[in-house]
Design a protein around this ligand. Structure first.
Ligand code: HPA
Length: 281
């Protein structure tokens, strides 16, 4: 076992000792992006673990992101939930962003739900839309797997052909249809930030095949693929990307829209959690 797996096991042991599942493993891990933090409030019998109390977890998170792990029951499932995530633009090393994902795998989770706020790049999208992530483009300028590989975590060269699990996508689409929520589908482009993109970059990204752009999710999805954790990704389109709406972008407006659409987004994610075929997990 290398250093990476040792760090994973130290953090996992700390968390496992505080999980409220009577010794059972969590079934699902959720990363709550902007606007979704409120979902943690729906978790029953919650144990709350501040990141500062977990070895190896960075303590600080971005505006609109609480910094704690919330574990408990959601939709009848045992879930661990990151209420607030780590972003590359905050200065965290990529390995720190990968750590929680690897810890979820070590704890026994069977799937990872990644959520985020994103700018719409596809002209057919509207502010407030929810997009099912079918694939991503890594434009962050780095990769969480860079550096020495710990074979106990995953392989040196990691297949990325099916990061976003087709079966999980099918469940999400079915639940959205049942709730009357039109679901967009598309490719999420991860941009390092923290500046928003220029209009020229957005035109370029559209040409490259991006449907939405954001500053998170990609490192976590890569870490999940590496350790064999199936991913479901959902983006809340909080704004049309730079140059598309004839106005300047504003971080506060992104958070305001995320919070305004939060309840719909939360209901969808809660419905998906409930509908996932976890019975054998
Ligand atoms: N660009 C990058 N990240 C974002 C955006 C955007 O337009 N909106 C929300 N997160």
């Amino acid at each position: 076992m290398g250093k990476a797996m040792q760090a994973v096991q130290t953090a996992a042991a700390c968390i496992a000792a505080r999980l409220p599942f009577g010794g059972k493993a969590p079934q699902l891990a959720l990363v709550l992006g902007s606007g979704l933090g409120g979902l943690a409030g729906r978790i029953e019998g919650a144990a709350v673990i501040p990141y500062a109390e977990i070895p190896g977890f960075p303590a600080s998170t971005a505006p609109g992101h609480a910094g704690r792990l919330v574990a408990g029951m959601l939709g009848g499932r045992r879930v661990v939930c990151m209420q607030g995530r780590f972003h590359y633009y905050e200065g965290h090393p990529m390995a720190d962003i990968a750590l929680p994902v690897r810890v979820f795998k070590a704890l026994g989770c069977h799937a990872l739900l990644l959520t985020n706020a994103a700018g719409g790049v596809n002209w057919a999208f509207n502010v407030g839309d929810i997009m099912l992530i079918t694939d991503h483009i890594n434009f962050m300028g780095s990769n969480p797997l860079r550096g020495e590989n710990d074979d106990a975590v995953g392989p040196r060269f990691c297949d990325m052909s099916r990061v976003y699990d087709p079966a999980l996508q099918a469940v999400a689409a079915q639940v959205a249809a049942g709730q009357g929520i039109p679901l967009q589908k598309g490719v999420y482009l991860g941009y390092m930030g923290p500046s928003f993109e220029t209009p020229a970059e957005i035109r370029a990204f559209r040409t490259l095949g991006a449907d939405a752009v954001g500053m998170s999710t990609v490192p976590e999805a890569i870490a999940a693929a590496h350790c064999g954790l199936p991913v479901l990704g959902l983006s809340l389109i909080t704004n049309m990307a730079a140059g598309m709406a004839g106005k300047r972008l504003d971080g506060q407006e992104v958070l305001d829209i995320a919070n305004a659409r939060g309840p719909v987004f939360q209901a969808l994610v809660a419905g998906i959690v409930e509908a996932l075929p976890c019975t054998s997990w």
